[in-house]
Write a protein that binds this ligand. Structure first.
Ligand code: HEC
Ligand code: HEC
Length: 460
């Protein structure tokens, strides 16, 4: 009996070691195991997301109103002073008692789409392309006046001013519509002591030159995932990665602890979000034939949907997926950020958050994929049709941000193809990190078959 157990153990150990060796060689999809997560109250989590003080510094309310005026839309139907500011901002009481307007998660994780605001939809119209040109806080006349006439208000704004002045010039993108939150996090930790979280003006880590763009994943996908982020390197306690946003202006560890204690509720809320339903009529017959094709060609990586849904949680090695590798390579080229996090206050829990650099990208769940264009981890492909037909992918393309128009046939943004890129205006897929290659799994399908698959994807 004992021998049998030992044999089973040996065989299992061998299988595990083989699958690990293979993953390092980049040949086979790698299963991502689940890890223990905090539980919480989703209603409280939502309340905290849109009213909470997880960023405890900001522009004093009076100054904010003077500069921006009242937001009349109040798309979140918030009450009190929060009714007067856009969804990406929250009116809170700063660490020193002054009422300020601080940025919140919905800056990047919420967006208007066809006249409706969706919490959890990645914001793909934010503009990081001219950050270094912007009159940021350095020369802002109103702030100069504030510094002299109301020092307490300036004190409330100072941690935010300091952070943005430090990071803005270093996180500029080549085009509007892509995000550099990863870079933001790296730049901020470079100015923080890993144990006390105290700010230092001179960076303590080497900061690489390259700025790698990403898209923003939809929040409703998280409930299925065993790892966070496009390259699946966020393992362990998800709540702790989310509250890392607090590092923008955090004063000390006791503040971080207090904020962290609320994030079990935030995780519960994010897991409760359902994907938006496709708003137009779906051709049921076509979608049914698309489902057959999907289950044959795609579900091995992306899972199955409907009554008996399943999701395999696979990390697809770069040798198979072949999409732009800059994002995952950066983790290996810059271990200083990984080391900082994994030894920092953020990783000091019984069930810690850990960054585990990977060699591929997570095959994401495709729920609500109809609304999340552009596609791939760097937002390099404007439509699903082009994801499934690599020859149809534009090298230089542009979308109209002032009058955004959705293409409900090919599913994605209507775009213009250019012969030559215009700097800062055109998505240029020849730039480092902006590549649109790889994921060729739809190329062998006929146009009719692709249409059927797209019809099916509308129903997810
Ligand atoms: C400056 C923009 C920005 C802000 C602010 C921001 N995020 Fe994110 N978030 C991103 C981007 C970009 C990613 C994807 C990064 C990657 O995978 O490389 C991301 C990833 C995530 C993910 C992982 C999703 C997945 O499926 O892997 C979660 C969850 C998340 N953010 C929650 C939050 C919460 C909660 C807040 C506020 C406390 C927040 N984020 C603030 C931009 C932002
Ligand atoms: C071998 C695994 C694998 C197969 C097979 C596969 N995919 Fe993917 N798919 C991925 C991975 C990994 C990504 C993310 C790649 C990236 O962002 O760099 C992805 C991304 C996508 C995206 C973009 C999602 C987004 O939000 O950006 C769509 C749409 C998609 N796949 C559809 C399909 C369809 C339809 C099929 C079948 C014809 C298919 N995939 C086959 C692994 C796979």
């Amino acid at each position: 009996m004992k021998k049998a157990v030992l044999l089973v153990f040996l065989v299992t150990a061998t299988i595990i070691s083989i699958s690990f060796t293979r993953s390092f060689e980049g040949e086979e999809p790698v299963f991502i195991p689940a890890s223990e997560q905090r539980s919480g109250d989703s209603a409280k989590g939502y309340e905290y997301l849109v009213y909470g003080d997880y960023i405890k510094s900001g522009v004093p309310y009076g100054y904010y109103m003077m500069l921006n005026g009242k937001d009349k839309a109040n798309v979140l139907n918030r009450t009190g002073k929060n009714a007067n500011v856009p969804p990406g901002f929250t009116v809170i009481t700063a660490f020193n008692g002054v009422e300020v307007v601080s940025p919140n998660c919905l800056q990047c994780h919420g967006e208007m789409f066809d006249g409706k605001f969706y919490v959890g939809l990645g914001n793909t119209s934010l503009d990081f392309s001219e950050l270094s040109k912007q009159d940021n806080f350095k020369n802002n006349a109103a702030l100069k006046v504030m510094q002299t006439i109301s020092p307490k208000q300036y004190e409330a704004a100072y941690p935010m001013i300091r952070a943005f002045n430090t990071v803005y010039p270093l996180m500029e993108t080549e085009v509007r519509g892509v995000n550099t939150a990863d870079r933001l996090a790296a730049l901020l930790v470079a100015h923080r002591d890993p144990y006390t979280l105290k700010w230092t003006d001179t960076p303590i880590l080497k900061i690489p030159d390259e700025v790698i763009p990403t898209d923003v994943p939809a929040w409703w996908l998280l409930k299925k995932k065993n790892a966070m982020f496009y390259n699946g390197f966020g393992r362990g306690d998800f709540a702790q990665f989310m509250m890392l946003s607090n590092i923008l202006t955090v004063s000390d560890v006791s503040e971080a602890k207090e904020v962290s204690s609320k994030f079990g509720d935030v995780v519960a809320y994010i897991k409760s979000i359902q994907p938006p339903k496709y708003p137009y009529v779906v051709d049921e017959k076509l979608a049914a034939s698309g489902e057959v094709l999907f289950n044959k060609n795609c579900s091995g990586c992306h899972g199955t949907y409907g009554d008996k849904s399943s999701y395999p949680n696979l990390l697809i090695p770069i040798s198979i997926i072949q999409t732009d590798s800059a994002l995952l390579k950066a983790n290996h080229q810059n271990p200083q950020f990984i080391d900082w996090f994994n030894k920092s206050w953020f990783a000091q829990r019984k069930n810690p958050a850990q960054l585990v650099p990977s060699n591929g990208y997570v095959a994401p769940p495709l729920d609500g994929v109809w609304i999340t264009a552009p596609y791939l981890h760097n937002g390099s492909v404007p439509t699903i049709e082009a994801v499934l037909n690599s020859k149809a992918r534009p090298t230089y393309w542009q979308r109209d941000f002032d009058h955004p128009e959705y293409d409900y046939e090919n599913i994605g943004w209507k775009f213009e193809t250019l012969a030559q890129p215009k700097p800062k205006k055109t998505y240029n897929t020849t730039l480092h990190g902006y590549g649109n290659h790889g994921h060729n799994f739809g190329d062998h399908l006929t146009n009719e078959e692709r249409k059927a698959v797209i019809e099916y994807l509308k129903t997810l």
